[in-house]
Design a protein around this ligand. Structure first.
Ligand SMILES: Cc1ncc(COP(=O)(O)O)c(C=O)c1O
Ligand SMILES: [Zn+2]
Length: 458
């Protein structure tokens, strides 16, 4: 084990000692006889600081030794063609050559997420008065019913390359499902840490996959802090926390949402995208995917606007956007959209950058509007979203009403999770039309009453 050394500051190794317990790095120092060969990360060739640009050897590192900025993956892609991608598997692994994974990552035991459907949502568009084409990228179709299977698949592969036998995470719920299930399938150990007040639909489903599930008396930000502290403990020497010390790899998995949108549209970019924000990572990676496709010549360089969606009860990025701030002031979350309840979002400033650069907007909606959003999507398109999907639909409606989103432009909204996991959110709002005896007359009476009510309601 060795502290990552900035390639361009190799005389300043000692300054990194403060991080020595929190990073595990693969050495590329040829002077160490016993140094293992550099693991195969496909086109990825380094870690790069997003703030100061210092670069490091690939390893389980996430913070810059020079400035504490977050690290991200650096690549050397070479030539990538549409035909290469189209010849790949029917999963996110068709984009392996654009991810920090070995070319064979998709053949190792994993959940094979991705290539979820892109649904043309004409009924929803009509209900909202949109004249441009509206699409729903429905990531509830992933193996554990959220987009988190994508990020975990990349982190799981990185854990293998780095010899980390336990995959761990701090989660607002969906990541918990994805890590526990991926570890079960991959023959790895899992340690999942969640706030204890999550929805039963997320706690029980995670527990069902086995592994260790720790429910912490606190909110997500407490959970995240605990995991950061655990990384310095010898107890976790062979653990990969997918969204902490494997975060640079994990985050890249979200690019596949953007790649798929562009490929499924017939190799072109949409004009507008609405994405939910928790940490802000997904939104930034959809933008990164679009920019990579443009620079690789896979799509034309057409303008697009990225919009961010938050719940008012946890809207630190929307608040910073409105105030014109570059920094995000942390909040204490209180919303039914628990999957988005990150009060101190790691990628908040980068999400602000993307939205401002592309001419989008970040808005937020109330819990009542979130439930209305869930019901509107379900009733118009037969897609039952979790609260995060309700946040996106309700924000779409709000942005249209305020004239901030163009109703005539082609728009993609992201449904990132499945409503079956957040039944609590709508339990008070929906239920059977009537509870009846098994009797034809009772059915007739209910239908007559319903018809009369509908005439009255017109
Ligand atoms: C269903 C769902 N959608 C969206 C997000 C937001 O992801 P990010 O943290 O990348 O902003 C999450 C995060 O947990 C989530 O669970
Ligand atoms: Zn730095």
């Amino acid at each position: 084990m060795k502290v990552p050394t900035p390639s361009d500051h190799s005389d300043r190794k000692d300054e990194g000692k403060g991080l020595a317990m929190s990073v595990i790095s693969v050495s590329t120092d040829a002077s160490l006889d016993a140094a293992p060969p550099t693991p195969d990360f496909g086109p990825a060739d380094r870690l790069v600081c997003r703030e100061c640009g210092a670069s490091y050897a690939l390893g389980a590192a996430y913070a810059c030794v020079e400035c504490f900025g977050p690290l991200e993956i650096g690549y050397n892609f070479g030539t990538v063609t549409r035909a290469d991608i189209e010849a790949g598997p029917s999963s996110m692994w068709r984009y392996s050559c654009l991810l920090p994974v070995a070319s064979y990552a998709g053949t190792e035991p994993n959940l094979n997420p991705g290539l979820t459907r892109l649904v043309k949502a004409d009924n929803l568009a009509r209900a909202l008065g949109m004249t441009g084409t509206l699409w729903v990228k429905d990531d509830s179709g992933n193996p554990t019913h959220s987009f988190k299977d994508r990020v975990v698949a990349v982190a799981q592969s990185a854990a293998r390359r780095l010899g980390l036998n336990t995959i761990a995470c701090a989660s607002t719920g969906n990541l918990a499902n994805a890590v526990a299930a991926a570890a079960a399938r991959g023959g790895q150990q899992s340690v999942v840490v969640i706030p204890s007040d999550l929805e039963q639909g997320k706690i029980l489903t995670t527990a069902a996959y086995g592994g260790t599930l720790l429910a912490v008396k606190g909110n997500y930000d407490d959970v995240n802090r605990l995991c950061s502290e655990l990384i310095g403990d010898p107890l976790t020497a062979d653990w990969g926390f997918v969204n902490v010390n494997l975060r640079p790899y994990y985050a890249e998995g979200s690019k596949t949402v953007g790649y798929e949108i562009a490929e499924q549209l017939g190799w072109r970019l949409p004009q507008q995208v609405v994405a939910p924000i928790a940490s802000g990572s997904l939104l930034t990676k959809v933008d990164k995917a679009f920019r990579e496709f443009v620079s690789l010549g896979l799509v034309d360089d057409t303008a697009y606007r990225v919009f961010g969606a938050q719940a008012t009860g946890c809207s630190p990025v929307a608040a910073a956007f409105r105030a014109g701030h570059d920094v995000v002031r942390p909040v204490r979350p209180s919303t039914i959209a628990k999957s988005l309840a990150i009060g101190n979002p790691a990628d908040g400033p980068y999400a602000l950058d993307v939205v401002r650069r592309t001419g989008g907007v970040i808005e937020d909606v109330s819990d009542v509007e979130i439930v209305e959003g869930i019901r509107l999507l379900a009733e118009t398109e037969g897609i039952f979203a979790e609260t995060a999907g309700g946040v996106v639909v309700a924000n779409l409606r709000k942005l249209l009403a305020s004239g901030q989103l163009d109703p005539a432009a082609e728009t993609v909204i992201l449904n990132t999770g499945d409503g079956l996991k957040t039944l609590d959110a709508i339990a008070a709002e929906v239920g059977p039309t009537a509870i009846i005896e098994p009797d034809v007359d009772e059915v007739t009476a209910v239908l007559v009453r319903a018809a009369a009510a509908s005439i009255e309601g017109r």
